[in-house]
Design a protein around this ligand. Structure first.
Ligand SMILES: C[S@@+](CC[C@H](N)C(=O)[O-])C[C@H]1O[C@@H](n2cnc3c(N)ncnc32)[C@H](O)[C@@H]1O
Length: 256
């Protein structure tokens, strides 16, 4: 068994996280540069380090996931959500069940709330937002962002839903109240059901084909018929009908 294969087994036993479902070359590269920085020569030594030191374990968990995010990421897609997808969904019900899966530091679910507020009062909006990494969820709950995270936010939205605090921008409480954050592992935990809208962007790129297949199957089951899955701008699904989905617009899939 290779050094990395043993590491995968030990990490799974200790944390429940299955690294074998992440693309190997990418993950190995990221973790090798991290263990070298910590003075280790191989994955076996590195596991001993993270096993015995909470801060090293947190650093490992932080590095194995890439947390980059921003508000209205690929803003043209958010325009399609606003102008085409939401009006369609809202024809059927005014109470949308929404999920931002792998939400990182919160920019995505807060963007969802801001776009939804073009159609509904904020007090009627409720979004569930999840991520594997507890560290990013804590930041998401605080809701404080550097200006570069807001570069695609329309000016009127920026004025309405953010308060400038020095170099940073604070999401208003009324927006924060619409989102409930919770830890969730897409590779292991149960998915809910009856969702009208699931947004899952810029995480599938890290997974193996086998893992993606399982996740799309689970998302399709978690959606209502007519519900929408919104994916990242490099994450087009080939043959969506395999999962009982059909293309509704570029990067939007509807449950048949
Ligand atoms: C690049 S961020 C994407 C953030 C946001 N969705 C966006 O598009 O801007 C990827 C996120 O996926 C999360 N992630 C990685 N593996 C995961 C898993 N197995 N289950 C849930 N979230 C995971 C990471 O913690 C990270 O916050």
């Amino acid at each position: 068994m290779s050094d990395y294969t043993k590491f995968i087994a030990s990490v799974k036993q200790k944390t429940g996280i299955d690294l074998s479902l992440y693309k190997e070359a990418q993950m190995k590269r990221r973790l090798t540069s991290l263990y070298e920085k910590r003075g280790c020569n191989n994955f076996t030594e590195y596991f001993e380090l993270i096993r015995n030191d909470r801060s090293m374990m947190d650093e490992f968990l932080d590095r194995m996931t890439i947390n980059v995010s921003e508000f209205y990421r690929n803003s043209q897609r958010w325009d399609v959500l606003n102008k085409k997808i939401l009006p369609q969904l809202l024809q059927k019900t005014k109470k949308l069940k929404c999920w931002s899966a792998a939400c990182s530091t919160g920019e995505e679910p807060y963007s969802m709330a801001m776009v939804l507020s073009n159609h509904l009062p904020l007090r009627e909006i409720s979004i569930s937002a999840t991520d594997l990494d507890n560290g990013v969820l804590e930041k998401a709950k605080v809701g404080l962002y550097p200006e570069r995270s807001l570069k695609e936010v329309p000016l009127d939205v920026k004025q309405k839903y953010f308060k400038q605090e020095g170099q940073f921008f604070q999401v208003t409480d009324e927006v924060k109240k619409t989102v409930v954050f919770k830890q969730h592992n897409l590779l292991d935990d149960a998915y809910g059901n009856d969702f009208d809208l699931i947004v899952c962007r810029n995480v599938m790129i890290y997974f193996t084909e086998e893992a993606k297949d399982q996740i799309y199957t689970n998302f399709a089951k978690a959606l209502k018929p007519g519900g929408i899955l919104f994916v990242g701008s490099t994450e087009q699904i080939f043959s969506p009908e395999r999962y009982g989905l059909e293309s509704e617009d570029t990067f939007f899939y509807k449950k048949i």
